[in-house]
Ligand binder design. Sequence first.
Ligand code: DGJ
Length: 394
Amino acid sequence: MKQKLLGRPVALLSLLTMAFLLFSFIVTEEKRSDVPHTSFRPGERWTDTDGVHINAHGGGILRHQNTYYWFGEHKVEGRKGNLALVGVQCYSSTDLYNWKNEGVALSVSDDPDADIAKGCVLERPKVIYNAQTQKFIMYFHLELKGKGYSAARVGIAVSDQATGPYTFIRSLRPNAGYWPENMTAAQRTSRLSTADFPESWTSEWRQAVKEGLFVRRDWEGGQMSRDMTLFVDDDGKAYHIFASEENLTLHIAELTQDYLDYTSRYIRLAPGGHNEAPAIFKKGGKYFLITSGCTGWAPNAARLHVAQSIWGPWTEYPNPCVGTGAELTFHSQSTFILPVAGKKDAFIFMADRWTPQNPIDGRYVWLPILFEKDLPVLKWSDEWTLDVFDQTQN
Ligand code: DGJ
């Protein structure tokens, strides 16, 4: 009895202590999110300068006049699924660690008949700057409202300011009526069509895909365009790189001088290779493209493709990720590769750790690209800073 009486205050005290500890933990976490960040912590919540987790998924970065602008998919609190209800979000930063929310750069439309109607799917936005026209140009993967992933279009929007607002111009399927440069005459004129293959994934079907089955099917209406990125080369020429042909083959298409249209010059890359999430950079005159396989929101092993010319030939190399988690790209999927200004051969691999059960909580996995034998290598790091690029590589 005496023991029981004694036990009560002790239990109460432990409860109070626990409550206090929990409270201080929450307060410290809150505070931590307010202080300026001084490092990258891949996979952790990454707060903006208001202390709110950054909402720019499947994003890309433009550097303009000493400021970085991060554009990404805006996800809605408490909302499952992937419908665009707001648009493209923009953040700005001068140090890459601390990001200020600049608001919605491109808004979805309230007009239910618009291409970018609220409720469409709007993914992987990328922005480039055209020095001649002084316009900021945004491309993104667009799926029309209510049509699942069948539309497979690219959307184009333009603005006079980096942060927007961007005006939607049009959406399309690229290169209607044009053949890829690296498709042979026999492949262009082959009579084989999708109707000849009632079953997919057979070896005959795979061979036919490699030989342009879907390019021929979509020749007239334009090539499918899903996961994508943009790349501006040293000579100012810009390219749209996208998952085409039912996500089975990547296309690289040259854009016109104003970056608002296609020149009709394009190639197929890794035909039948089933790549998505393209992210590209150039180092020492060579082009390095990191992609993923196609497993929806679930991560898989990254792939690496290298070429001496953007027009190929492209050679596939093994997964650039090494160490624990490498086979799942450290539980993430590539979205962009950012050259760091003022540092030689310094590139950041940007990837998404998708959380489809609560998309807004998706995390960002940024890792420095290291080089071994002149090939990019990605290693996990819990925390790192830009100083990593000052250490001698190779
Ligand atoms: C994987 C793609 O990379 C994402 O952008 C998105 O399209 C999902 N698939 C949809 O399942």
